[in-house]
Design a protein around this ligand. Sequence first.
Ligand SMILES: O=P(O)(O)O[C@@H]1[C@@H](OP(=O)(O)O)[C@H](OP(=O)(O)O)[C@H](O)[C@H](OP(=O)(O)O)[C@H]1OP(=O)(O)O
Ligand SMILES: Nc1ncnc2c1ncn2[C@@H]1O[C@H](COP(=O)(O)OP(=O)(O)O)[C@@H](O)[C@H]1O
Ligand SMILES: [Mg+2]
Ligand SMILES: [Mg+2]
Length: 339
Amino acid sequence: MRLNGEISSGEDEEEKQTGTTTFSVQKVVVGYALTSKKKKSFLQPSFTALARNKGIYFVAVDLKKPLPEQGPFDIILHKLSGEEWHDIIEDYRQKHPEVTVLDPPDAIQHLHNRQSMLQDVADLNLSDCHGKVAIPRQLVFTKEKDPSSIPYEVTKAGMKLPLVAKPLVVDGTAKSHELFLAYDEFSLSELEPPLVLQEFVNHGGLLFKIYIVGETIKVVRRFSLPNISKRELSKVAGVFRFPRVSCAAASADDADLDPNIAEHPPRPLLEKLARELRHRLGLHLFNIDMIREYGTKDVFYVIDINYFPGYGKMPDYEHVFTDFLLSLMQSKYKKKLTT
Ligand SMILES: O=P(O)(O)O[C@@H]1[C@@H](OP(=O)(O)O)[C@H](OP(=O)(O)O)[C@H](O)[C@H](OP(=O)(O)O)[C@H]1OP(=O)(O)O
Ligand SMILES: Nc1ncnc2c1ncn2[C@@H]1O[C@H](COP(=O)(O)OP(=O)(O)O)[C@@H](O)[C@H]1O
Ligand SMILES: [Mg+2]
Ligand SMILES: [Mg+2]
């Protein structure tokens, strides 16, 4: 790949006329291995057209053919589940260091478990960053655990009700997003491990989705679960399944919201958090679900981290992604020059 304005003679190049200057831009070939749902939401015509204009071409990886026989690719984007794909892409990454594989499968896998996904946030110390970021208290129950012991364990750990019950493993299935709210500890024995029990944090019914694409951060607001009052807690018992409120297409960005709840988390805090997580997780593409503890200005909790989320819903994703892909090529080119 060559940068705008550089002299070149390769055949993979296109000539572009801007004003009076003609310069060449080499093609960037991005192979993608995505589900058809993801392909539809991510590779929207507005994005592929903009990318093509900048010399970026998307090519589907053919899962029926060996990966090394395809390409050549400059970059590979992927989000597919299963061990078979994990091994294929890991093997390819090791044998083709010249191809930028976004991202390493082991780093992605770290986010497939709701305990390990939040570990790096728990380890962070973000003091002096205009706010505090923590994770809710949580307990993990593996599949060997007898569900009848859950109420005792929860009480012993001093967990505060209500609790959110989440499947431990996130594998892209609808089942892994089936969440429950538990109002009393006894009903918890109805649930099936493996699961994570997390303290519910009142947050005024609003969630921040922090989208990360390399060094770019974009924040959107989504509706979430409403506060649960002490009164409601004392009157209700049982575990209740709740719908994926935050996934609704309607964003909360245009709603008439209480500014104490809706004000974005401070930028320096998000920048530090995103930088730290990018490095610690070893990932370029993810989003963070973050909530502000109700009644506070600067106490935040990270409750979920998703690999390669629904970027099609991120404002201006077309430009953000095009610039990101080009910046990857630029740093690869600079690295080549210095070695
Ligand atoms: O359905 P989309 O496009 O909104 O994206 C989903 C994400 O929604 P979001 O962008 O955070 O609103 C979604 O985020 P949440 O877990 O709902 O916070 C997941 O990342 C989901 O992937 P998976 O099912 O966990 O593998 C994502 O699903 P895939 O698109 O990867 O299938
Ligand atoms: N600890 C919590 N406190 C308050 N609300 C929560 C908590 N955990 C999850 N939620 C609510 O449940 C939704 C789904 O939980 P999340 O962990 O993001 O799972 P998923 O991976 O299925 O999106 C969140 O978007 C939020 O509305
Ligand atoms: Mg979520
Ligand atoms: Mg998630």
